[in-house]
Design a protein around this ligand. Sequence first.
Ligand SMILES: *Cc1c(COP(=O)(O)O)cnc(C)c1O
Length: 435
Amino acid sequence: MSRAIYLDENEFPKSFYNVLPDLPEKIPPYVDPKTKEPASLEAMAALFPIELLKQEMNYDDRSIPIPAELREVYIERLLRPRPLVRATNLEKHLGLPPDVKIFYKREDLSPTGSHKPNTAVAQAYYGMKEGVKGYATETGAGQWGSSLAYAGMLFGMDVEVFMVRCSYEQKPYRKVMMNMFGADVKPSPSDTTQVGRKFLAEGRSSGSLGIAIAEAIERAVTTGKKYSLGSVLNHVCLHQTIIGQECIEQMKMADETPTHVFGCFGGGSNFAGIAFPFYELNRNKKAGIRLIAVEPDTVPSLTKGKYEYDHGDSAGLTPLIKMHTLGKDFMPPPIYAGGLRYHGAAPSVSLMVKHKLVEAQTVSQADVNPMAELFAKSEGIIPAPETTHAIAAVVRTALEAKRKGAAATLLFNFSGHGLLDMAAYEKPGGAGQKK
Ligand SMILES: *Cc1c(COP(=O)(O)O)cnc(C)c1O
């Protein structure tokens, strides 16, 4: 068996796996913040394409066919199926015995360097089919904005991105990437929306994700564009399930069954993408695979957050969502993994944690710091700061198995590369620092 395991293009999944019908209970409805009633489809349709809303609330179909045209985009543009790799060099570095094995899925091999285009192209496709003119969205560190910008380029759609101003200034290359795909990028708060002007007048010019969401929603509502989110929601997690479905086939080819499946956890989409199809195996085949979401101990939404209704943004504009949350006013510390600095969590994963179908673990900054360099020096790939959280949990579990003399087959989602994060790795304490 070679290190890298490939599938043929005709083995790319024909449908998304919808976890909703397989959950032990329905996700409590989204609630309108003004009326406190369940948010109506009409109200939400002002923001999202109808097809995505149908997916969001579909409790009937486990399997949602991928339209041929979209399937072609996954294969020909996003170069799927993507390889699964046995981390033989990392195993050697850690001195693991032969029955402790590590596999990872190469989601960094996308045009923007992460798993996020998997949902961006689907959202652009369904929007295009409904005649949507364009999307407005927000981005923190820039991964989501660049993925939607890429998808907008493919489908000839306008994309306008409100980027948290401090990131806009600290990470200029993500902005350049968005511009090169043809998107319009504004530092948020901007003077182009009412909310933006209000926050500017209050002197809150460095911005926050909550403010950027508020600006994007205002823009969508006032221009007839739609609004788009890159994580958390059910339809986003749904699109990402192509990852786990590919992994199931590839693990079969390797003649292995994972004992543990890991993903780092920000809003939940890359974790859901790899884990949900294995949850289906657990249900149908009693496979007993442990599904582990890994979050920073400084942003512990799943492990320390309350399971309750909260807003998705810090301005309080989005519907209330029942989820694990640290509170919409939680101020995440300035860790490098911008994609993990989110107060809430996907409602689907939150429910699964409540029912103990998914485990959540934390890793500390000290656990995470050496991981980028360890991975670069063993496997030869520079991970995104977010991804190093998954690696830290995998390494911890592998070393524990080694110590106990137990067998383990660990699979994780390599959610993105860190080639635009060198500034973080260069900083004191960063992984690239000379010792
Ligand atoms: C955005 C991002 C994450 C976190 O988001 P999820 O929705 O939890 O997946 C993780 N890794 C990378 C590389 C990202 O860009």
